[in-house]
Ligand binder design. Structure first.
Ligand SMILES: [Zn+2]
Length: 141
């Protein structure tokens, strides 16, 4: 019969937030954790790597193509069960905000090129005509 000390030495070292220690035996081949906590650690590492990959796909300069690639990768990860749902929802929401911001930029550029710049050019032409007219009047005197 094993004594309490040898049982404790074989226990998972994971400690909960309230200070309790996991009661499961350590996983075979692992020095510290039980199968459950080792699995959770692996999932967290996998999610962190996936997050880095998604950030790389979006890139430094955010463009619709990068966001689309990141969403495709996110879809794959969620479908494979390799991304926690809460994190996937957050990334999908942030992607939506990025796409809305990009669409806003495109609309602003279109308004600038289609409406505002021609308006400014017309004002400059009218002012030029008025200046020429005023110059003509002053010469005529
Ligand atoms: Zn454990």
């Amino acid at each position: 019969m094993k004594d309490a000390r040898s049982l404790d030495e074989n226990r998972c070292t994971f400690t909960y937030a309230d200070g309790r220690r996991c009661g499961m035996s350590r996983m075979e081949g692992h020095d510290l954790l039980c199968c459950h906590h080792w699995s959770r650690l692996e999932e967290r590492d996998d999610a962190a790597k996936s997050g880095e990959r998604i950030a790389q796909l979006v890139g430094e300069e955010v463009e619709p193509k990068g966001v689309k690639k990141a969403l495709e990768e996110l879809f794959r990860l969620v479908a494979q069960g390799r991304m926690p749902p809460a994190r996937a929802m957050t990334l999908a929401y942030v992607s939506q905000l990025l796409l809305q911001a990009l669409a806003f930029d495109l609309r602003r550029e279109k308004v600038m090129s289609d409406i505002w710049e021609p308006y400014l050019q017309r004002l400059q032409r009218e002012r030029l005509v008025m200046d020429l007219a005023a110059a003509g009047k002053s010469k005529g005197k």
